[in-house]
Write a protein that binds this ligand. Structure first.
Ligand SMILES: [Zn+2]
Length: 90
């Protein structure tokens, strides 16, 4: 998991810890249904249009995040660790 992809900082900047925390809440309360369903909803709520959303979903999948819980487990490194800790992720 070394070697940050150039898009990583873009993902972190555009989504930030708020996205990670919101996704964590969604999975915690509503469970993962083995799709990036909550991630898509959160992206739509943030005003991304469908092509942008699919770009993020594809990016998460490429990095081991094929569904919501996998995004949390495998893509947390995408989000700035300082931002994430400010957001009080356990
Ligand atoms: Zn899952």
């Amino acid at each position: 998991m070394n070697g940050r992809h150039p898009m990583d900082s873009r993902v972190a900047n555009e989504l930030g810890a708020g996205f990670y925390n919101a996704l964590s809440d969604a999975v915690g309360t509503q469970r993962c249904d083995d799709t990036p369903h909550h991630a898509r909803t959160l992206l739509a709520n943030r005003g991304f249009d469908p092509p942008e959303i699919e770009k993020f979903v594809a990016y998460f999948r490429e990095h081991g995040g094929g569904c919501d819980c996998e995004i949390l487990m495998n893509c947390d490194w995408l989000f700035d660790s300082e931002l994430v800790s400010e957001g009080q992720v356990q």
